[in-house]
Design a protein around this ligand. Sequence first.
Ligand SMILES: Nc1ncnc2c1ncn2[C@@H]1O[C@H](COP(=O)(O)OP(=O)(O)OP(=O)(O)O)[C@@H](O)[C@H]1O
Length: 414
Amino acid sequence: MADENHSETDRDSLFRYEEPIFAREELLDIRHIPGPERIVGRDTHMQRVANAVNPAIFGRPPKHLLIYGKTGTGKSLVSRHVTERLAAEAAKDEVTVRTAFVDCGEENTETSAVKTIASQLNEPTETGISVPERGLATGDYYKRLWRILDARCDVALILLDEIDMLEDDEILRKLSRAGENNRVSRCSIGVIGISNKIDYPDQLTERVKSSFQHDEIVFKPYTADQLGDILDNRCDAFRPGVLGDDVIPLTSALAAQEHGDARKAIDILRNAGRIATEEELTEVVVGHVRKAKERTEANRFNEIVAGTPVQGKAILLALAMLTLVSDETEFSTKRVYDTYTSIVNEIGMDQLSERRVNEILQEQAFLNVINSTRTSRGRGRGVYSTHRLLEDADIVRKVITADDRFDEFDGVGA
Ligand SMILES: Nc1ncnc2c1ncn2[C@@H]1O[C@H](COP(=O)(O)OP(=O)(O)OP(=O)(O)O)[C@@H](O)[C@H]1O
């Protein structure tokens, strides 16, 4: 904290002592969960979620729900918000509704998901039940969960975020059958599954399809106007008068052009403020927004490739270079391999076999960085794969070549 007794000359020139741009930067933090007054443009969706869970107010079984929509369309936010309000309303009538939230991207096995639900809903001093971190069989975690539910809840709402990441759908079957199989006697269970994949229900096994009767809600991408409203509602993150007139409209237009992702729009706005701060200015202007968009995408791509070994990066760089220098967007494994070969030779790295390069391309397809398609050459003549980059090729090139190990690369790989 700045010490007022210190004169300017005492100050260490390494640090900044003023914050001319941001007043409450934390409002734009990706982990910040906005309060109800800042949720904009999702009234209809909120109402539909509320309708499905409404019976819980009277202690009756809610409907199960599946919510779909692209990333950053407010699915988790709306679900959490409605379930919180529901629990508060039910409490007025002395009905206990509790909510568990599972990130299935992290807890992707049946055991870890059921363990997470049990430990979130448990209060050991009240139930006398423990939920050990490890050591129990899946069935035993379920037994403890049923006891916890009956001891503590009239209704339990279980939010399964990124539900498509679960290894299998067994948990849906068990949760939706718990009542009729007399696993629980007092508590009713409602499941809200959230997914980015619109075709998720097609993946459900027949057994689950028949027991897991549910409503479905689709969250469409935000329009530029809606994104503008969301950003306007956070502009107190900045000091008054700092944001140039066109900053929010341009940020919303750029984010809407891609997937109408609120998270991305907020991230671009924050980065625009940071760039203005770095440039020691007192105003954020449209030029900052354009730079911020690139920085936001580079940061995102950086996170995706952070764990990728250097060989994987060389392969992605090969695909990016091919995309940059040609009019095409799809390339055969052979072409990627040739470019990869010249890159690794240029920077003095070991060369992998074409088969291994193809495997790494498939892994990148799994991470949604590229799209790979297998095409048949015709009867008996085998198949070949083509690969297309899903990220902006220039950003991929910039991010990968920022890695010191690519210092020797001078861009002629393709
Ligand atoms: N309607 C909205 N009003 C205000 N802020 C919003 C709104 N929708 C989304 N946001 C902001 O975007 C962030 C991401 O939204 P949310 O986590 O709900 O997206 P999601 O659809 O669940 O995406 P993902 O599938 O990636 O988790 C929220 O934390 C919030 O800051």
